[in-house]
Write a protein that binds this ligand. Structure first.
Ligand code: PA5
Ligand code: NI
Length: 183
């Protein structure tokens, strides 16, 4: 698929792109069942700003994600999280601003959690489900690059959950077993 070269500007503080990208906004209502407690508002939780290229093997898709600060009960705002539909496809995250935790899990329940802070590159190999959690008081902003035909499998996480959840314990983040995880 032959494309013309192009450039996009990213504001590292806000995560906003120009020219205008494709934007997807996730609110608490679209995250029903993802948090342990039910939310009583419909606040925005995160948005994804995607640079538009064909979702094919010969392209690199990329986007910024802006996870707002907030909690549902004591659980920090986070993304849905997913496996790639093509399980072996890898991804790179570069955090631009804010702070958080990247929770990654294999289908067998093995879990690895890595810090996200400005300048840190997190490598997400294929087969690892990934979810970003904003543990700070400012928006968590990161840039993600992935193989064009990775695709998304949200259903597995929607049904089973992640093995761990990230909660506020005495004012700081704590990674604890998810009581609702279906092993
Ligand atoms: O490609 C990625 O993994 C990210 O761009 C995510 O899609 C983004 O952070 C939003 O998370 P999710 O797709 O799990 O809702
Ligand atoms: Ni991904």
């Amino acid at each position: 698929h032959l494309l013309e070269p192009f450039s996009v500007h990213i504001d590292f503080e806000s995560g906003l792109l120009s020219p205008d990208p494709v934007v997807l906004v996730r609110r608490l209502s679209s995250l029903a069942g993802y948090f342990l407690q039910n939310a009583d508002t419909d606040s925005e939780v995160y948005s994804v700003h995607e640079i538009r290229v064909p979702a094919e093997r010969d392209h690199l898709l990329s986007s910024t994600t802006i996870v707002l600060p907030g909690k549902v009960g004591d659980e920090y705002y986070m993304t849905k999280g997913h496996f790639h539909a093509n399980r072996d496809r890898s991804e790179i995250y570069l955090t631009l601003s804010g702070e958080g935790l990247l929770v990654m899990a294999l289908e067998n329940g093995t879990t690895v959690t890595k810090e996200m802070r400005p300048g840190v590159v997190n490598y997400v190999p294929g087969h690892w489900a990934h979810r970003s959690v904003n543990t700070g008081s400012e928006p968590l902003v990161f840039y993600a690059v992935y193989i064009g035909d990775a695709g998304y499998d949200y259903a597995t996480i929607a049904e089973r959950g992640f093995p761990v959840v990230v909660v506020d314990r005495d004012g700081g983040p704590s990674v604890v077993p998810n009581p609702r995880y279906l092993a």
